[in-house]
Write a protein that binds this ligand. Structure first.
Ligand code: UDP
Length: 310
């Protein structure tokens, strides 16, 4: 049987690299494209020996010239942690707009299925809780997080415009907080920060009072949802995340317990526009993709702590 080819933009990043590995395992040929702004070759080094894997260092905001047949384009390129998109605000806006436009143009030329990695950030600081796909969000366009939120909202808009105008088979995954091995310890997000701090017995930096909530999805569960979505018939956005909701303070305490750390918790100012709550309504994914997360927070954290210990 002729193998299907998938292009993963941002394939050397945290989620992208797991996706590349999964697709290789499922019998795809994979082209991983990354400009290594926040992605790392170490995330994909184990794939280089596979003859079905190819890495191309390229910024997806520049014209993409690929000769081979491509069946699926999974557009994951973008800084994604608040610390990263505050460091690279213009690159973040460009990859969501120009990068998505290029990737869609390639999908049109290759008649490929296109999957956009969107985000729960399209809901901003939500006034509806948990968040269903039908909620339009509460985003500050000119705040510090606006560079990411608006770039992904634009990316969703242009993706559906290509679907409606050019009949591209598009999918949109609204990805909620995801964690696991291959996150950078300097990524700046709560889980890598807390684990690195706990393992070094340094103070754990909880922002604000720690009463804000998040819902954390283990990477393997997320990747399973992405693959199901990519093979599905649904063109409208689908939430993918774990609906178990925790306060940031309880997350910090849990990580101290699991690492048997001597760290103390200290409180730092809450960043501007930090969402107060976040929890996916995953009824649609359950119904259409027959998908739901399987790995609980304790088990997922144990596996992630093991990675950070190494
Ligand atoms: N956070 C924290 N301490 C840290 C890093 C993050 O208290 O060292 C908080 C952050 O303010 C937010 C939550 O943890 O309320 C989750 O932040 P993260 O950066 O992981 O992702 P977000 O969900 O905000 O995109």
């Amino acid at each position: 049987m002729i193998k299907k080819t998938a292009l993963v933009t941002g394939g050397a990043g945290f989620i992208g690299s797991h996706l590349c590995g999964r697709l290789i395992g499922d019998g795809f040929k994979v082209i991983c494209m990354d400009n290594l702004l926040t992605g790392r070759l170490s995330n994909i080094k184990h794939l280089f020996k596979d003859k079905n894997f190819k890495f191309i260092k390229h910024n997806v905001c520049q014209y993409i010239n690929l000769r081979q047949k491509i069946d699926y384009i999974l557009h994951f390129a973008s800084p994604a942690s608040p610390a990263d998109y505050l460091n690279y605000p213009i690159q973040t806006l460009k990859v969501g707009s120009l990068g998505t436009h290029n990737a869609l143009g390639l999908a049109k030329q290759k008649k490929a299925v296109f999957l956009l990695a969107s985000t729960s950030e399209v809901y901003g600081d939500p006034l509806v809780h948990p968040q269903p796909e039908s909620y339009w969000g509460n985003v500050n366009p000119v705040g510090p997080r606006g560079v990411y939120d608006e770039s992904k909202r634009f990316a969703e808009a242009i993706t559906l415009a290509y679907h409606r105008t050019h009949k591209i088979d598009t999918k949109i995954a609204r990805i909620f907080n995801t964690y696991g091995p291959q996150m950078r310890n300097n990524d700046g997000r709560a889980i890598p920060n807390f684990i690195s701090q706990a393992l070094a017995n340094r103070d754990i930096t909880v922002y604000g009072k720690g009463t804000q909530t998040r819902s954390f999805c283990y990477i393997d569960d997320l990747v399973e949802g992405i693959v199901r979505l990519m093979l599905s018939k649904v063109n409208e956005p689908v939430n993918l995340g774990n609906p178990d909701e925790y306060t940031v303070l309880s997350l910090a305490k849990k990580i101290i317990t699991l690492t048997k750390s001597k760290s103390r918790i200290i409180f730092k100012p809450l960043p501007q526009d930090d969402p107060k709550v976040r929890c996916p309504d995953i009824s649609k994914a359950r119904r259409i993709l027959k998908w739901q997360p399987k790995v609980g927070l304790d088990e997922g954290l144990r596996r992630t702590i093991e990675y950070f210990e190494e």
